[in-house]
Design a protein around this ligand. Structure first.
Ligand SMILES: Nc1ncnc2c1ncn2[C@@H]1O[C@H](COP(=O)(O)OP(=O)(O)OP(=O)(O)O)[C@@H](O)[C@H]1O
Ligand SMILES: [Mg+2]
Length: 318
């Protein structure tokens, strides 16, 4: 009896204590809803139309595309469309690709230190989908019909089986329609467009074996067929560039450096025409820019920067 009373009074004590503390004990931490998580991730991955273009180009290249057709409307916020002839996806894979952290590229942790693809996080498609009206049409070799899916702000709005060539078409419309704060940070249309064109030129230089077309609105801007690096330099910078460059090819301790350096005639007043690729991934490095400037100082006047397209291949067998 005594012990029961004791138990009761202890329980009563706890209840009183709990009641006193309840307001502070209500859990404040919540798991965020999926669409919000994707929008936050999009804030990191997708800064502007050119970031969408870069992510979609990465995906097409990783899928083994030999031809990539790009269409932009306006600044790219209105429409970014990219069609490739790569491996495509089955319906099941397409649905999975729209989930966060779903990737076909990274299977286990040890791969993290030997990544050979441009993407590996499994974040790009769901991030883009969460801040736009996105449509994906795709078919892989083993599927008889293609699959088309449309997502608005990350929610599935339509899905259908449809005839399609092998490969993938992604159309992104109304970028940042549901994140006005992000849209406000965009620059003038012409500036955003120039970022996208720079992205396209950069990838076209790194992947000359891929054919690229680029259309802006009604106007066909580039048709660049499959070629060599030198052929692509001519496509991007015009004929005559062949005589104004030096070829570089050097391998030391597992690092291969190759590409071209511009002669004096190609010196620039800004660093805009310095293209660096690490394992064919576009890369910006002030230290490489500084080394190139130092090495070529005899050719450079004050305020001039060298022109280069350099590839650093790391981890190659010697
Ligand atoms: N154009 C495409 N062709 C074929 N498969 C694609 C294409 N785009 C995406 N995928 C598939 O969808 C998956 C998810 O794409 P997503 O871009 O979201 O992630 P990722 O490329 O794996 O990594 P990251 O977020 O670093 O880009 C890819 O791993 C790939 O399997
Ligand atoms: Mg990707």
């Amino acid at each position: 009896m005594k012990s029961r009373r004791l138990a009761c009074s202890r329980a009563y004590g706890w209840m009183k204590f709990a009641r006193t503390w309840t307001p502070n004990c209500v859990a404040k931490i919540r798991i965020l809803p999926e669409h919000l998580v994707n929008q936050i991730a999009a804030g990191e991955v997708i800064e502007r139309p050119a970031s969408v273009l870069r992510e979609l180009i990465d995906n097409s290249l990783d899928a083994g595309a030999t031809k990539i057709d790009i269409d932009l409307e306006g600044s790219g916020r209105e429409l970014i469309s990219i069609r490739d002839d790569g491996g495509g996806m089955s319906r099941d894979d397409l649905l999975l690709s729209l989930e966060r952290h779903a990737t076909s590229k990274l299977v286990e942790g040890s791969n993290l230190f030997a990544i050979t693809t441009l993407g590996f996080r499994g974040e790009a498609l769901p991030s883009i989908a969460s801040v736009s009206d996105m449509e994906v049409l795709t078919r892989d070799e083993s599927s008889t019909a293609g699959c088309r899916i449309q997502l608005v702000g990350g929610d599935v709005a339509a899905e259908e089986a449809i005839a399609a060539p092998r490969g993938t078409l992604v159309r992104v419309r109304s970028l940042f329609f549901n994140t006005p704060a992000r849209a406000k940070f965009l620059k003038a249309d012409a500036t955003e467009l120039s970022h996208s064109i720079r992205t396209l030129r950069t990838y076209a230089l790194a992947y000359p074996e891929v054919a690229w077309t680029f259309r802006h609105g009604e106007s066909l801007q580039f048709v660049w067929p499959q070629t060599t690096l030198m052929g692509r330099l001519v496509d991007v910078f015009g004929s005559g560039i062949e005589e104004k460059v030096l070829h570089i090819e050097h391998t030391l301790r597992g690092v291969r450096v190759h590409g071209i350096l511009g002669r004096k005639e190609l010196n620039r007043r800004s660093r805009g025409d310095q293209f660096l690729f690490v394992n064919r991934r576009p890369f910006q490095s002030t230290s490489v820019a500084g080394v190139a400037k130092g090495a070529l100082r005899d050719w450079l006047d004050d305020g001039e920067w060298p022109f280069y397209v350099l590839f650093l291949d790391l981890g190659i067998e010697c």
